[in-house]
Design a protein around this ligand. Structure first.
Ligand SMILES: Cc1cc2nc3c(=O)[nH]c(=O)nc-3n(C[C@H](O)[C@H](O)[C@H](O)COP(=O)(O)OP(=O)(O)OC[C@H]3O[C@@H](n4cnc5c(N)ncnc54)[C@H](O)[C@@H]3O)c2cc1C
Length: 452
């Protein structure tokens, strides 16, 4: 009985639900161990919530929290496949150094969206930081995004912005093609071959795959070129990281009494969570539909976290490495991001820093390890397949209008490549749309969930 209660408390943190369970003893929890072993054990659901959310990543958590605040009395249940909430934004404390770090990356929020920054600031002690990313070039570290410093290093001379512009334009002249189809074509047209070879080709190849096959927006989404010194660029209007990492804030997002969380359950269209009015699916869209139209191709990133003597550690918090001979393409050194973001260093351990070495992993894509993430490949085939799944979802959602339950697809699972700022912005917008819809629609008596 004690074990039963413990597992239950691990899985569901909702006082309302615990009360329900007491009067519904026939329900049994699905334990993490059973789930991992692949055995089918019944899941305990909250008495049917109005809203179900699939995936307790940043998107799902922000939607749940904002929606329950906007709609008093609403019950929202989040179903999460893994054993913890947070998705790619989880944070941990490294026991050897006491430093807080994000197993999946640096996770600095950079946004110029006032609502996003206000939302984060009202829910955590986000500290404003201005950490700059750097790129390694011939043993030197140059500030990113690419700017006058990189052009001068590449062309080997001090330049005025106008001279730099003329040089790059001349270098790129013979590579103009309209419109560029691949990342390589886009990069050559924008930068010319010299900057491309020095700073871009290796990164594209190591992080996203063959630049001659991935789509042009892989380049345009991740690289810009300035003719002014990058060191003077302040970037997004607000940048920050909560002291202690994002984990505590994400935990707080589930504290509203209308929200419950079910862990260790992988939902799908064939095995959906219960709901009466709306469902938000943030899990991979092809998996949701059982990959019946085909599987989206994915690439895995892995970060190996190691203790490195301070003298040999990267000199900056985030550094990228275009050099094709290095197996990793980025390092993350949380202690160098700023004291507030990094957390304390344990006394006597200052001479070793925690460094994450990020690389693409050729391991077969399946369930990710704790420091791994799968990223949807940005190829024309994948784009077309994702669009087909999305059109199907949208068309079927329209058919279930006027009072029937609806399913929304959102977040990283739809194949979008957002950052944390755009993820929070989209989640806030969706919560506001749902709140309006729920207020406007009165559910017909005895309405039942239907599924796309
Ligand atoms: C490697 C990497 C590093 C990044 N670093 C940064 C950064 O430094 N700064 C920044 O601003 N942005 C960064 N981003 C982007 C940012 O992390 C994402 O935009 C954001 O976290 C997406 O949140 P999400 O909830 O949509 O997805 P996720 O975080 O992927 O959450 C989805 C959740 O759904 C769960 N799930 C999956 N399938 C199921 C299922 N069938 N049933 C139930 N649950 C399921 C998953 O376990 C997960 O918890 C990074 C992205 C990647 C891929």
């Amino acid at each position: 009985m004690a074990l039963f209660s413990l597992r239950l408390l691990e899985r569901v943190r909702d006082p309302l639900f615990r009360h329900c369970l007491a009067v519904r003893p026939a329900l049994r929890p699905r334990s993490a161990a059973a789930s991992q072993a692949g055995r089918v054990v019944p899941v305990i659901w909250q008495r049917r919530p109005e809203v179900a959310i699939v995936g307790a990543g940043l998107f799902g958590l922000v939607v749940a929290e904002h929606l329950t605040r906007l709609t008093p009395g609403l019950r929202v249940q989040i179903t999460e496949a893994s054993s913890r909430i947070g998705g790619l934004c989880v944070s941990d404390i490294d026991p050897r150094t006491g430093v807080s770090f994000h197993p999946h990356g640096t996770n600095v929020l950079a946004t110029s969206d006032r609502q996003v920054w206000a939302y984060v600031r009202s829910r955590t002690t986000a500290v404003e930081l201005r950490p700059r990313a750097y790129t390694s070039y011939n043993g030197a570290l140059l500030p990113m995004p690419l700017g006058l410093e990189a052009i001068e290093a590449c062309f080997g001379a001090p330049l005025t912005p106008e001279q730099a512009r003329r040089l790059v334009k001349a270098d790129a002249a013979e590579h103009q093609c309209q419109p560029p189809a691949t990342a390589e074509q886009a990069a050559l047209a924008a930068l010319g071959p010299r900057l491309y070879e020095a700073f871009v080709r290796g990164l594209l190849a190591k992080q996203w795959g063959d630049p001659t096959t991935v789509t042009a927006d892989v380049f345009t989404d991740h690289f810009t070129l300035r003719y002014a010194p990058t060191a003077e660029d302040t970037g997004a209007r607000w940048q920050g990281l909560p002291g202690g990492g994002w984990g505590p804030m994400l935990d707080r997002l589930t504290e509203h009494r209308g929200i419950s969380v079910v862990l260790n359950h992988r939902a799908s269209a064939a095995d959906p969570p219960p709901f009466s009015r709306a469902c938000v699916v943030t899990s991979p869209i092809d998996h949701w539909f059982g990959q019946d139209l085909g599987a989206l191709e994915r690439r895995r990133t892995t970060i190996d976290w190691r203790l490195v003597p301070a003298a040999q550690a990267p000199a900056r918090g985030t550094v990228t490495y275009p050099d094709p001979d290095l197996p990793y393409y980025r390092t993350h050194t949380p202690a160098l991001l700023g004291a507030a973001g990094a957390g304390p260093q344990l006394p006597g351990r200052r001479r070793a820093l925690l460094v994450g070495f990020e690389r693409a992993d050729c391991a077969p894509v399946g369930r990710c390890g704790v420091h791994q993430a799968d990223v949807t490949l940005r190829t024309p085939r994948n784009r077309a397949l994702a669009d087909t799944y999305l059109s199907r979802a949208a068309a079927q959602r329209q058919l279930t209008a006027s009072g029937d339950p609806r399913v929304w697809f959102a977040g990283r699972g739809t194949g979008s490549h957002d950052d944390m700022g755009t993820t929070i912005a989209a989640a806030l917008r969706l919560a506001e749309t749902l709140a309006r819809e729920l207020a406007a629609r009165t559910p017909p008596p005895g309405s039942r969930a239907s599924w796309v």
